[in-house]
Design a binder for this molecule. Structure first.
Ligand code: UT7
Length: 350
C-alpha cells in the first residue's frame, strides 16, 4: 500500500503588501529586498479577523472538495505552523472546530518544524496511510506571520521576507506509486540561529546564563513572558541570515540527492521541483547545482514571500493548477529551516 496526494488547496489573503509599503516603516528598499531575496510583495491576513487556523481552513475546504470526500471522511489532521493562534491548544483541534468536523473518532496532531513542516507532515501522513491506520489524512501548513513581526529597522532582515498564507492536502491510499520516499533531518546545534524564543520555559535564562540581564528572583516558579521582554522588544523572531543561507544551499542539494539515490533515480528525472520558498537566491542556487531548467522548478516567492509551513503546499497547488504537474511526473519537494531541520520527498504524481 502506498499513499498519494488526492486533493490540494491553498489560500492567500487579498491584501498585497509591497516592498515600497514596508520601506515606509523601516529603513529598507524595493531594490535591496529584490536583490537579496527576489521578493516583490507578500500577502497579509486581515488583523483581528483572520488567523492561522481560519486561513488553514479555507485551504483545507478546497483540498477536501478536490479529493472528492466530505469533511466527515477526514480521519486524521496534521497541522504545521510556527505562528499558531494560541500557545496551546494547537491549530489541529481549532481547524477541526473551524471546519465543523463533529467526528471525535479522529486525531489532530500539531507539528512544529517551521519551514520543513509540510515535508515532515507529509512523511507522517504517508506512514499512517501506508500502515493502514488512516485513509484520509488532512495535512495543512499555514502561517499568519504578519501578527508577530518587528516593523522597525531592527527587524528588517526578518520582516521583509515573511508573508501569510495556507496550503492543504488530502493524503489517501493508492495502488499506484504515489509518495516514493521521504527523508528527514535535524541538527539542534543551530537552534538559536533562527528562532522565536519568547515566551518559553527558559524564563530569560539559557544554559544557566541570563540572556537579558533580568535579576533571577527568588520565587517559586517563573514566568514564560516577562513584562521586560515585551518592553525591550524581545518578542520577535531572530535570524542569522548568512548562517542559515550557507547551510540551506548545501543541505537542499544533499537531501534531494539522498532521495534520488534511495529510489535509483537521477536529477534529470525530476519533472518538477518545489523548493521551500525561503529566498529566490537559494532556489536559484539549488536549481543550478542540480542542473535543472526553469521549467523544472516552480517559484512563487516573488508574489507571496516566505510563508514557511505554507510555502510548499501553496507552490505545489499553484503549479498543479497551472498545468505544470501532470500524471506520472516525478515531483520533488525539499525544505530547510529553523531547528535546523531539512527534508525531501519524491512523489510519482497520480
Ligand atoms: O525560511 C527559513 C529559512 N530562512 C532562510 O533561508 C533565509 C536565509 N538568509 C537569507 O535569505 C539572507 O541572509 C537575508 C535575505 C536574510 C539577508 O540577506 P544577506 O544578503 O545575507 O544580508 P546580510 O544579513 O548579510 O546583511 C547585509 C547588509 C547589512 O548591513 P551592513 O551591516 O552591511 O551595513 C544588513 O543590516 O544588509 C542590511 N540589511 C538590510 N538592508 C536593507 C539586512 N536586511 C535589510 C533590509 N533592507 N531588509
Amino acid at each position: 500500500m502506498n499513499s498519494r496526494i488526492a486533493g490540494m488547496g491553498y489560500y492567500v489573503p487579498d491584501r498585497v503588501v509591497t516592498n515600497d509599503e514596508l520601506s515606509q516603516h523601516m529603513d529598507t528598499s524595493d531594490a535591496w529586498i529584490q536583490e537579496h531575496t527576489g521578493i516583490q510583495a507578500r500577502r497579509y491576513g486581515v488583523k483581528h479577523e483572520e488567523t492561522t487556523t481560519t486561513m488553514g481552513a479555507r485551504a483545507a475546504k478546497i483540498a477536501i472538495e478536490r479529493a472528492g470526500i466530505s469533511k466527515e471522511d477526514v480521519d486524521f489532521i496534521i497541522f504545521a505552523t510556527l505562528s499558531p493562534d494560541y500557545y496551546f491548544p494547537g491549530c489541529g483541534v481549532l481547524l477541526q472546530r473551524e471546519l465543523g468536523i463533529t467526528n471525535t473518532e479522529i486525531g489532530a496532531l500539531d507539528i512544529r518544524n517551521q519551514c520543513t513542516g509540510f515535508v515532515y507532515g507529509l512523511a507522517v501522513a504517508d506512514q499512517f496511510v501506508k500502515s493502514g491506520m488512516y485513509k484520509n489524512v488532512l495535512l495543512v501548513g499555514a502561517e499568519m506571520h504578519s501578527m508577530g513581526l518587528d516593523f522597525t529597522t531592527t527587524g528588517r532582515n526578518v520582516t521583509v521576507i515573511f508573508g501569510d498564507g495556507a496550503g492543504a492536502a488530502i493524503i489517501q491510499p493508492t495502488e499506484g506509486e504515489g509518495i516514493l520516499t521521504s527523508h528527514l533531518h535535524s541538527d539542534g546545534t543551530f537552534a538559536e540561529e533562527l528562532a522565536f524564543i519568547n515566551p518559553g520555559s527558559h524564563g530569560g535564562y539559557h544554559g544557566g546564563k541570563d540572556m537579558y540581564g533580568y535579576p533571577s528572583e527568588d520565587t517559586l516558579g517563573g514566568i514564560f513572558m516577562t513584562p521586560t521582554m515585551i518592553e525591550e522588544g524581545h518578542i520577535y523572531p531572530y535570524m542569522n541570515g548568512q548562517v542559515v543561507f550557507k547551510k540551506a544551499v548545501v543541505k537542499f542539494v544533499e537531501v534531494i540527492h539522498e532521495a534520488l539515490n534511495k529510489v535509483g533515480l537521477k536529477q534529470e528525472d525530476i519533472d518538477m521541483m518545489i523548493p521551500h520558498q525561503a529566498n529566490l537566491r537559494i532556489s536559484q542556487f539549488v536549481q543550478k547545482r542540480l542542473g535543472l531548467s526553469d521549467d523544472q522548478v516552480f517559484n512563487n516567492i516573488q508574489k507571496y514571500g516566505n510563508t514557511t509551513a505554507a510555502s510548499i503546499p501553496i507552490a505545489l497547488c499553484e503549479a498543479w493548477e497551472a498545468g505544470k504537474i501532470k500524471e506520472g511526473d516525478l515531483v520533488c519537494l525539499a525544505a530547510f529551516g529553523a531547528g535546523f531541520t531539512w527534508g525531501s520527498s519524491l512523489i510519482r504524481w497520480s
